[in-house]
Write a protein that binds this ligand. Structure first.
Ligand code: IPM
Ligand code: MN
Length: 353
């Protein structure tokens, strides 16, 4: 197959982890005889430094022209600690999501048998956990009007959703649930928020069309508890942008390390595949970051962008093997046996035979 892949490594540990995923992707390309063409583009703080814009037009064009985007991470402490910064790396990420129309962010919560002891939760609570969080990604409070009054002592961020925006993500979630264990949990705050009541109304209207799926409604505060108390009770979760941001971070620690978790953002134009961890600046350049979240994001890329299940499964199997054999970075290593980021990448790529 011919594949045009845009590579946006971004900031912090982004370049290091993307390098490792690329080793694996290239090895897969060779094994399965794919013709792969990679185009790198700048984003995040790196792009602000270079051209003053965290998602330059040129980068957007490269993404639009590609079949898939492999993304690292963006963010830099010099912006986090400066609330007055006019241009921020995160704006690049949000603009990319909006301009590529990536309304669905799919974040699986995976539990690896060989890492059960790394989870902050007891083994018996998590060994059967396997759920997917589907987060709405181009609406809600992230994209509503925001501002300050003239005195600067009052600020607002408006949360808005339209019916069509809710319907398209909820339909996607139902279809996802139909292919899994046929349970959909809708997370909202309908006891307080009008947008949540709109979400509920839309979901209730769709229930009959997806009668083979059991629909459950949970308030976000209760859901946050339930994820810790009974994670195996979830199959597919759907929620708005900010609740999804928080809930998916919470869910990611169940596996033992956030560094393991991949994601796919899909929608109208080119899909983006990225680990859910951030730029982790403290680890940048140290060759210690866990590349597995990005490697598994590449597996999602083969599955979602190219419909190549065999390639995706092979990557997942190799990752399982690395975890079982302890070829892992320090965040999940037992005792002192930690491997470097690049060693893990080399090992994984060498397993693709
Ligand atoms: C994520 C991140 C982003 C978000 C930030 C970096 C803007 O936390 O992808 O979850 O809040 O969506
Ligand atoms: Mn987040």
């Amino acid at each position: 197959m011919n594949m045009n892949i845009a590579v946006l490594a971004g900031d912090g540990i982004g370049p290091e982890v993307v390098d490792q995923a690329m080793k694996v992707v290239k090895a897969i390309g060779q094994k399965f005889d794919h013709n792969m063409n990679f185009t790198s583009a700048i984003t995040g703080a790196a792009a602000i430094d270079a051209v003053g814009d965290p998602y330059p037009e040129e980068t957007h064009k490269i993404c639009m022209d590609a079949d898939a985007v492999l993304f690292g991470a963006i963010g830099h402490p010099k912006f986090d600690n400066d609330p007055s910064a006019k241009v921020r790396p995160e704006q690049g990420l949000l603009r990319m999501r909006k301009m590529l129309g990536l309304y669905a962010n799919i974040r699986p919560t995976l539990v690896f048998p060989s890492l059960l002891h790394k989870s902050p939760l007891r083994r018996e609570l998590i060994e059967n956990a396997d759920f997917v969080c589907i987060r709405e990604l181009t609406g809600g409070i992230y994209f509503g009007d925001k501002g300050r009054n003239e005195a600067g002592d009052k600020a607002w961020d408006v949360c808005e959703y339209t019916k069509p925006e809710v319907e398209r993500i909820v339909r996607l979630a139902y279809q996802y649930a139909q292919k899994r264990r046929k349970k959909l949990t809708v997370i909202d705050k309908a006891n307080v928020l009008e947008t949540s009541r709109l979400w509920r109304e839309v979901c209730q209207g769709l229930e009959k069309e997806y009668a083979d799926v059991e629909t459950e409604y949970l308030f976000v505060d209760a859901a946050a508890m339930r994820i810790i108390q009974w994670p195996e009770g979830f199959d597919v979760v759907v929620t708005e942008n900010m609740f999804g941001d928080i809930i998916s971070d919470e869910a990611s620690v169940i596996s033992g390390s956030m560094g393991l978790m991949p994601s796919a953002s899909i929608g109208l134009h080119t899909s983006v595949f990225e680990p859910i961890h951030g730029s982790y600046p403290q680890a940048a350049g140290l060759n210690i970051a866990n590349p597995i979240g990005t490697v598994l994001s590449a597996a999602m890329m083969f599955e979602y962008a190219f419909d190549l299940k065999e390639e995706a499964t092979l990557i997942k199997d190799i990752v399982d093997k690395s975890l079982a054999e302890g070829i892992v970075t320090e965040d999940i290593a037992d005792d002192s046996k930690a491997y470097s980021t690049s060693d893990v990448g080399d090992w994984l790529a060498a397993q693709v035979v």
